[in-house]
Design a protein around this ligand. Structure first.
Ligand SMILES: [Mg+2]
Length: 374
């Protein structure tokens, strides 16, 4: 038991506009719509958490805010914040699904616990295996000329990993973009592909074989999330590694996925698994099955990126790096007091106790889309 008690929980809903629309096999996204939870203890410590949903993937920010405020809050007031597993087990008994709301809660509890004991979140969950990691940017602007300008600017910044979102504007458009990218940057660019469920299962193999000519590092989620056996078949017949994103959420999904060898890689996301510790359980299942992991994210501010960076810092092996680029290269602004640390194309794991980042209350107010719930 610690000497601290949860005294106050506030839930903010915000929207930060994007610099450009990003298109995907599952639709367009024009901004970052998230719920932020602020938990304060009777000892004056504040922990921050973020629920970053995507309506076509996991849920909505309205749903996350209601989950946190209406359903979870009454079970947390007066409780000891450091008993993280106890509270996370409670969440699964109180409300089904809503993994982003659960991730936000765990983030805030770990932030508080880290501040109490003077350890960073990655140290709390096992220790820091790396100080930084390569950062991928997603090429998803329907205006490819605009994307080429952005790629050139990011190349100057040291970014070398680019993930092409495909399957939203036709196969020919995808082939043209990949050809252009290899023409300009040759093999110095690490090119990945993400369909976001955009292919029809019956024709997916033929489409992916065409794209393999451009030597992608992996092809992510070509088919619908529920088409798990089709995804396993694609993994079996395609030479390029296949990644499961939408098809594998949590440890139970990872176990089923490993059993049918659904993919060669799992995208780890705290918003799918319901927190950092459940994502590490997914990583453990993947490791035991010889499946690689990757640091994925949703449409997030630097706060959730910080939690993702702590998760990926704690993973034993990391070959394929991460994609925590939103706060630096996608959103028009962020909610942190200091910029989320990205240098020379690499995400730096934040230093200091807890998450190692702080939220600016003025920014929360500026981007609010509703009155805070408390
Ligand atoms: Mg994806």
């Amino acid at each position: 038991m610690s000497d601290h008690k949860i005294e106050k929980i506030r839930v903010h809903r915000i929207c930060i506009p994007a610099r450009a629309i990003h298109s995907h096999g599952s639709g367009d996204v024009a901004g970052i719509n998230v719920a932020i939870v602020e938990i304060t203890t009777d000892s004056g410590i504040t922990g921050w958490g973020e629920a970053s949903p995507w309506p076509v993937f996991t849920g909505t920010s309205e749903g996350c805010a209601a989950a946190l405020h209406v359903h979870l809050r009454p079970h947390l007031i007066g409780q000891d914040p450091v008993q993280v597993e106890k509270h996370m087990s409670m969440t699964d008994k109180v409300i089904v699904g809503h993994p982003e709301a659960k991730a936000a809660l765990e983030m805030a509890l770990l932030d508080i616990t880290g501040q109490i004991c003077g350890l960073s979140v990655c140290e709390l969950v096992g220790g820091k295996m790396r100080d930084d990691m390569g950062m991928s940017f997603s090429i998803a602007n329907p205006d490819f000329e605009a994307d080429l300008n952005d790629i050139a600017a990011m190349w100057e910044d040291g970014v070398r990993i680019f993930k092409f979102k495909t399957g939203f504007a036709g196969h020919k458009f995808d082939l043209m973009r990949l050809e252009k990218m290899r023409e300009i940057y040759g093999d110095k660019a690490d090119i990945r592909i993400d369909y976001n469920q955009g292919l029809l299962a019956y024709d997916a193999v033929r489409c992916i074989r065409d794209l393999e000519a451009f030597r992608p590092t992996f092809v992510e989620q070509p088919v619908k999330m529920h088409e798990r056996e089709a995804l396993a078949h694609i993994t079996q017949v395609i030479d390029t590694p296949i990644m499961a994103d939408e098809s594998v959420f949590d440890p139970k999904g990872a176990l089923y996925g490993a059993n049918i060898r659904i993919a060669d890689i799992f995208s780890l996301k705290i918003m799918k698994s319901g927190g950092i510790r459940r994502a590490l359980e997914v990583a453990a299942i993947a490791r035991a099955a010889g499946i690689e992991v990757y640091g994925g994210c949703m449409f997030e501010t630097g706060l959730a990126h910080a939690a993702g960076a702590h998760l990926m810092a704690a993973v034993p092996d990391l070959v394929l790096q991460c994609e925590f680029y939103m706060a630096t290269y996608y959103a028009q602004d962020d909610i942190l007091t200091d910029a989320f640390p990205v240098r020379n194309g690499r995400v730096i794991v934040p230093h200091g106790p807890g998450l190692g980042v702080k939220v600016d209350p003025d920014k929360l107010a500026r981007y609010a889309v509703a009155e805070p719930l408390s």
